[in-house]
Design a protein around this ligand. Structure first.
Ligand SMILES: C[S@@+](CC[C@H](N)C(=O)[O-])C[C@H]1O[C@@H](n2cnc3c(N)ncnc32)[C@H](O)[C@@H]1O
Length: 248
């Protein structure tokens, strides 16, 4: 979710987010076309960046969260990845063949101006015809309407015991969800991690991509490559291509 500045939050993120079918999907899309230089924006603890580097890609993984990057570096295979603390604006121009934002990183820019800036930064960083691949929750699935806090109570196994975890979430403005994950660790310490996530419509995503200099190649609605609205996954999984036109 938000930015992981505390090593304990990084530990629970890793415990709760192991390799999944979403990662298999992203690896398969990467393999569809030749793309040697890859950037993973919002790489978190590096699960996917390390796998991409292991598959022979030259990977730059970017995140503002120091603790997440420190944990990523320490992982097996972490030495193959170039880790960069920061965000899209710091990427050198025309340096990548593919860019990824995975696990709803694209929704962590609730402000439209910031989102437009991220897309422009990624467009600048990609070579013409380079691909941008990301997932974003479909607001038509109205996750806030189905939300029941009791369903979020869970136990997270950690090396020194188990943490109790629960989530609080509310729709704070139309299609914007504020989520707080709370954890009580075995030593009694409590930590929270908050994020504000915007659920953009498919039309909003397409408009912002076009404005930033991308054309949309495909939008899937689920991890089995289903059409939008038909999978139950409630996703927009977007594959866009950098057009030759460079925005300022
Ligand atoms: C839900 S995690 C996803 C991590 C990873 N992509 C994955 O698939 O597990 C969201 C990540 O986005 C990062 N993030 C938040 N704001 C960001 C920004 N402005 N630029 C880049 N990354 C950001 C957070 O620090 C966090 O690591």
């Amino acid at each position: 979710m938000g930015e992981f500045h505390d090593p304990r939050l990084v530990e629970v993120y890793d415990a709760e987010c192991p390799w999944g079918w979403e990662d298999d999907f992203f690896m398969a899309v990467l393999a569809e076309r030749s793309a040697h230089r890859v950037v993973d924006l919002g790489c978190g603890t590096g699960r996917l960046a390390i796998a991409m580097a292991g598959a022979g890609h030259e990977v730059t993984a970017v995140d503002p969260a120091v603790a997440a990057l420190a944990a990523a570096r320490r992982k097996t295979g972490g030495e193959r990845v170039r880790w960069l603390q920061g965000t899209a604006g710091q990427l050198a121009a025309r340096s990548f063949d593919a860019a990824f934002m995975t696990d709803h990183v694209a929704q962590s820019y609730p402000d439209d101006e910031e989102w437009d800036g991220v897309l422009r930064g990624l467009r600048r960083a990609l070579v013409p015809e380079g691909r941008l691949i990301f997932d974003s929750g479909d607001p038509a699935f109205e996750p806030w309407a189905l939300w029941n806090p009791r369903d979020s109570l869970r136990t997270v196994p950690l090396p020194d015991g188990a943490a109790r975890a629960w989530s609080e979430a509310a729709e704070v403005e139309p299609n914007v969800w504020h989520v707080t994950e709370r954890y009580r660790f075995p030593d009694g310490r409590e930590l929270a991690n908050s994020a504000t996530l915007r659920f953009r419509t498919e039309a909003q995503l397409r408009d912002s991509l076009r404005e930033a200099g991308f054309r949309v190649d495909r939008v899937y609605g689920g991890w089995g490559r289903e059409p939008v609205g038909l999978s139950g996954d409630g996703e927009f999984i977007v594959i866009a291509v950098a057009t030759p036109r460079l925005m300022s």
